[in-house]
Structure formats: C-alpha cells, structure tokens
Unconditional design. Structure first.
Length: 259
C-alpha cells in the first residue's frame, strides 16, 4: 500500500465513522498517527474507535463499517476490545473500540485524533502521559544475563537432540529478547529516544545500526552457530554481566551440542 493509498483508506474509514451518531472519536496510532516515521508499503492501520457507552460492541464487527469490507479475508477478536482484520491484498488493520472511559486501559506512544466529539484529544493526552509516566519496571541485569546464557545452552542442546523448533524458539526468541533488553539498558537518552517505548524490538536499527546488523546476521545462522554469535555479542557489549567463567561454560555447552 502506497502512502497515498494508506491516507485514502484512512479518510474513507474516518468518513464512514463520522456518519455514525454513536461514534465520538477516531484516533490514529503508530504510522497512522501522522508522526514520523510515516507509512510505507508495509504499514498497517492502527486505530481506536471511540463510541458512546454501550455502542462499542457493534463496532467490533468490522465487516459493516471498514472500507472495502467485501475484500476482508480474515477478522477476529484479538482482545476484549481489539480486532485484527486482514484483507485479501495482505493489508492489515488493527483497531480497538472503546467508550471514552475505556481509553484509559490503553498504552500509546504516537497518536493523532482524527475525529473528536467528546474531549477525545484531552483524554488521549492523558493516556499518553500515563504511558510515559509508567514504563515497564527495569529487569535486573544479572537476571537477564542469566536467562540469556541458560537459554543459549538449553536451546543448543534441544536442537542437537532433534528438538529443533524448541531450539529455535529458545535461541532466536527468548535469548535474543533478553539480549535486546540488555542492549537497550546501556543506551544514552538520545539513542533511547529513537526506539519504540512499547516494543523492545522495534527500531533498534536506528539506535544501534551496527549492533542491530550483527544481531540480524547472527539470527540467520543455524541454531548452535546463532547461539555462539549471540554469546560473543553479549560478552562484548555487556561484559559487566557476562563474566568470563559463565561465558566459558556456555561455550563448552555449545561445543558439546555441535558434537
């Protein structure tokens, strides 16, 4: 979807909802917010539909109000308030329908109010303030390092015994996720501001381009080789929590897994 098509879809959705008296507001989130970075060929639409109390359930059925509803290939309820919609073209729409008070259940970063009939803008500003004021509590670095190292050992061992899918998950998801958190902890405020504050994986390429490229390359390797590359990266970037003794023990386990 081009940026122009993205904008046209959004305007069609806004116009459809504006015709509904039960709709009090529409909010665009993420790349739909208008804040940079803007939408590209891979961007979805992220929306909050704000309704009068009691009307929100009707809008959790996307097939009567979303543009080009006849082209919807899949629609399902993701959460109590949220819906995911996939079009035949591959375009994705993620939205939640809230009444005004339910907005405060959300966490947001980039947002823009596209329709406001009931102080939605003021409410969204408070939601954003609450999100920024209550970031996830920092995890203990020693715990993160311990989880990273033991996930590498367990993942390599499972892959070696033939449990390859479990090995992939432990090394490429669990261990790599702990490493990403450890990397984020050491960023200065300028680089940290380049990251998404709701998803630890997003935009690491902007804050740490060389390290992110190295991590990406590591995750493309076979399981045990990937584990070894992640270990080397962690030991170099966070020697304060990856001690030489623990690193040597993990390397021994990885060598054994290679047979």
């Amino acid at each position: 979807m081009t940026p122009a098509a993205h904008a046209a879809f959004l305007e069609a959705a806004r116009a459809r909802l504006a015709a509904e008296p039960d709709v009090l507001g529409l909010v665009g989130l993420g790349s739909t917010s208008g804040e940079p970075p803007g939408p590209d060929a891979f961007s979805d639409h992220d929306l909050f539909v704000v309704t009068r109390p009691g009307a929100q359930e009707r809008f959790r059925d996307p097939r009567w109000w979303l543009p080009d509803a006849g082209e919807i290939a899949l629609a399902f309820r993701e959460t109590a308030h949220g819906v995911k919609v996939l079009y035949r073209s591959g375009h994705l729409v993620e939205y939640a329908a809230f009444d005004p008070d339910e907005l405060f259940l959300a966490r947001v970063n980039r947002w823009r109010v596209l329709l406001d009939r009931a102080d939605v803008t003021a409410r969204m500003a408070r939601v954003r303030e609450a999100t920024a004021a209550a970031p996830p509590p920092p995890a203990d670095a020693a715990w993160l390092a311990g989880q990273l190292l033991t996930n590498l050992v367990a993942g390599a061992g499972r892959a070696a015994r033939g449990e390859r899918l479990s090995g992939h998950a432990l090394v490429r998801v669990s261990a790599a996720g702990h490493l990403v958190t450890l990397l984020r902890e050491r960023l200065d405020p300028t680089r940290l501001a380049a990251l998404d504050d709701l998803d630890r994986w997003r935009r690491l390429e902007r804050a740490l381009p060389e390290v992110a490229a190295e991590l990406d390359a590591a995750l493309r390797l076979p399981v045990v080789e990937a584990a070894r590359a992640l270990l080397a990266l962690a030991a170099r970037e966070r020697p304060d929590v990856i001690g030489p003794g623990a690193r040597a023990a993990v390397e021994a386990a990885l060598s054994a897994a290679e047979g």
